[in-house]
Design a protein around this ligand. Structure first.
Ligand code: M6R
Length: 369
């Protein structure tokens, strides 16, 4: 039930903090991760030399974020691939490959068929899923459930942050099993994870009304671009997907570094561009590069909406709007930066008088190929 909210999507965005908190619950102890569902699988995790993450849509973007953490904490090479592409090629996989599928519904046909395909070729399979007892987890060797609660709106929001959370837990677990993760790094990551729910609450409290007002003002916009770098890149893709799904306008996400390789040709006066700005505290170099991207598009007349951490003043002279997120570790910023983009997509669709829960032509769960 919507319980007083104007839409399921509004309710589900408001539940993003709980989606993370509930996915963490019972899985963190004294600076380390314990996932009871993975007990007895240490040999499996020790025996792999490659991870392939497969999923569709928003779940695939969660996978792209997860790749950074999986590689950093496990030192196992990771590829992320769309499930429907993966199963129609001839991938090099075998018993030392772990195929991690991500699916909110656990019923997406493309993802299910890719999991079966991976199993037939001898790979190990692990399902990250939000729906207890769904088909994909039943077809997998191992399961890590997300606990986002039922997601009703077609546009996935709280499941996305829960999927990233589950991937991080998995990465920390596998990293420890393989001896690739130091105690200090584990303690630090756990501390960051525990802080995420309250930081999302802060984004909602401080920015939601501002973003909704801003989205109303943008009601006639025909096209929006999203730029991000590093873990901000998949967030740019997610921001664009959400906008096209529910507001039916042209939206595209790009890696900020690609700008000069093509997309900057799209920038003309008035073009709205969201830019996810990485914290200067983690990498002065990356931050500088993204700020200079902002200057480049601004010089061509773009309307720049920066998503930047609190206190980052470098963006102020060049941005038309700044949406703030609290300070967090580099890998944890995506869990915060996505929230303004979810609110914006919802705000723009609402301003256009559209049904945000049931967008045209889309189904919540795509059970056909
Ligand atoms: O249930 P799944 O997570 O497998 O669904 C995957 C995609 O169909 C889904 O994320 C879709 O892209 C959403 N409508 C995005 O908001």
């Amino acid at each position: 039930e919507k319980g007083g909210w104007s839409s399921f999507m509004a309710k589900e965005v408001s539940e993003e903090p709980e989606a993370v908190a509930n996915t963490l619950r019972g899985r963190l102890h004294e600076g380390a991760v314990t996932i009871p569902e993975l007990d007895g699988l240490d040999d499996l995790f020790a025996g792999i030399n490659r991870i392939i993450v497969i999923a569709c849509g928003t779940a695939a973007y969660a996978g792209m974020v997860g790749k950074y953490a999986l590689e950093q904490w496990t030192r196992v090479p990771v590829d992320v691939e769309l499930a429907h592409e993966f199963r129609y090629r001839d991938p090099v996989i075998g018993p030392d490959t772990l195929v991690v599928s991500i699916s909110q519904s656990g019923e997406t046909m493309d993802t299910l068929m890719a999991v079966k395909f991976a199993r037939e070729r001898g790979a190990k399979t692990l399902s990250i899923c939000n729906t207890q007892g769904a088909t994909i987890p039943r077809e997998s060797d191992a399961i890590v459930y997300t606990h986002a609660g039922p997601e009703v709106a077609v546009a996935s929001t709280k499941a996305f942050v829960a999927q990233i959370t589950a991937l991080y837990l998995l990465a920390l677990h596998v990293g420890r099993v393989r001896g690739a993760l130091s105690d200090a790094a584990s303690v630090e990551a756990v501390r960051e994870l525990e802080a995420v729910p309250a930081k999302i609450v802060r984004v909602l409290e401080k920015e939601q009304a501002h973003i909704e007002q801003f989205a109303r003002w943008m009601g006639d916009t025909q096209s929006v671009l999203f730029l991000g770098r590093h873990v901000g890149y998949p967030i740019a893709l997610e921001g664009a997907l959400k906008l096209k799904e529910i507001s039916y306008i042209h939206a595209e996400g790009f890696a900020a570094g690609e700008l000069k390789h093509g997309p900057i040709a799209l920038v003309e006066p008035g073009q709205a561009v969201f830019v996810i700005v990485p914290s200067p505290r983690h990498s002065a170099e990356l931050h500088k590069k993204v700020v200079s991207n902002i200057q480049e598009i601004r010089a061509r007349g773009a309307r720049v909406i920066a998503v930047a951490e609190e206190g980052d003043a470098a963006v102020l002279p060049f941005a038309d709007e700044v949406l703030r997120i609290p300070l967090a570790g580099a890998l944890f910023e995506p869990l915060l930066a996505v929230v303004p983009l979810h609110i914006f997509a919802m705000g723009l669709a609402t301003a256009k008088g559209l049904d945000v829960d049931q967008p045209r032509n889309l189904a919540k769960s795509v059970t056909v190929e």
